[in-house]
Design a protein around this ligand. Structure first.
Ligand code: ADP
Ligand code: MG
Length: 292
């Protein structure tokens, strides 16, 4: 493509709310055959709600919720907000806590009223030496419903299984259909558990899934979609998406996402959702495709 056609293409894109931070990205997008998407905050709203809390024998629902909310009151993870909101809505007292510890990709822990409380993924409980097998059936059911199971422990005992659900954005299904109509493969990369990720992928018709990816593992997950020399675009919004946005053949950041993601991206989607991806790819086909 000529510099002039790139300028015209990126100018037209800007009118559609797609900012090309690098002109070459318009050309690179033409050759993309796989679009990999972060789940939380990209496919979904990134604002999960607490949907279930099943206490283990010897624990009560509200006791666990209040203690877990006290721990989460210090966390900035979207899951933390869901827990605190649920406790507040039930009129529970969110007590003070101390000794807060966050383990990215695993969960959080703190001491509340002298009791050590931890909440997070199944792998977090395993790391704490707890067996979550007692909740296996519940976890499978919740995952199949597209909810993300979490676990709470209190003083070294498994206290509850908790589920949060993050609503899918209204525009996501349409955007994925449009990507398929352009002949592209669509993949999902998420730190969420495999059953939940699979349920959401099935619902949206997503072709491939990399689940239970740790925060520093998104680049490696992205590389698995490069089979047979496929060029991969990655779309994300979070701090932990930045390395994958930089590594992808084209990195596209959700405009309402974190500054770190936007800095790492080649393209910024100002609409704050996936419709911009379709506009960006359609424009690259129109601009570059005609000139080649
Ligand atoms: P994602 O963006 O997919 O949620 P993260 O790496 O942020 O990926 O988190 C991975 C998993 O770790 C979460 O799905 C959850 O199970 C657990 N986790 C992380 N932080 C918290 C928290 N503050 N409260 C509960 N669970 C957490
Ligand atoms: Mg995200």
């Amino acid at each position: 493509a000529t510099p002039t056609s790139i300028m015209v293409g990126t100018g037209r894109a800007a009118e559609l709310g797609v900012l090309f931070r690098k002109g070459e990205a318009l050309q690179a997008l033409r050759d993309v055959s796989v679009v990999a998407l972060d789940k939380t905050g990209t496919l979904t709203k990134g604002r999960p709600e607490l949907t279930d809390l099943l206490p283990a024998d010897g624990f009560s629902h509200d006791e666990v919720l209040a203690l877990v909310a006290a721990v989460e009151s210090r966390s900035e993870h979207p899951i933390a907000d869901a827990v605190v909101v649920a406790a507040t809505q039930r009129g529970l007292d969110v007590a003070a806590m101390e000794g807060f510890e966050a383990t990215p990709g695993f969960g959080v822990a703190a001491t509340v009223g002298g009791r050590r409380v931890a909440v997070g993924a199944d792998r977090f409980m395993t790391r704490l030496g707890l067996d979550v097998g007692a909740f296996q059936t519940a976890a499978q059911r919740l995952g199949a419903e597209g909810k993300s199971p979490l676990y709470a422990s209190i003083d070294g005992r498994l206290a509850a299984i908790i589920a949060v659900a993050d609503p899918i954005r209204e525009t996501t299904a349409e955007a994925i259909n449009a990507l398929h109509a352009l002949g592209l493969r669509v993949a999902m990369i998420t730190g969420d558990n495999a059953a939940t990720a699979a349920a959401i992928a099935r619902q949206l018709g997503i072709d491939e899934v990399a689940a239970e990816v740790l925060p520093d593992g998104k680049v490696a997950a992205l590389k698995t979609f490069r089979a047979n020399g496929a060029r991969v675009a990655f779309v994300g919004d979070g701090i932990n998406d930045a390395p994958a946005l930089a590594e992808a053949d084209v990195g596209l950041a959700i405009g309402t996402g974190t500054d770190v993601a936007i800095e790492a991206a080649d393209v910024v989607l100002m609409s704050g959702d996936l419709r911009g991806v379709i506009n960006a790819i359609a424009l690259s086909h129109a601009t570059i495709g005609n000139i080649k």
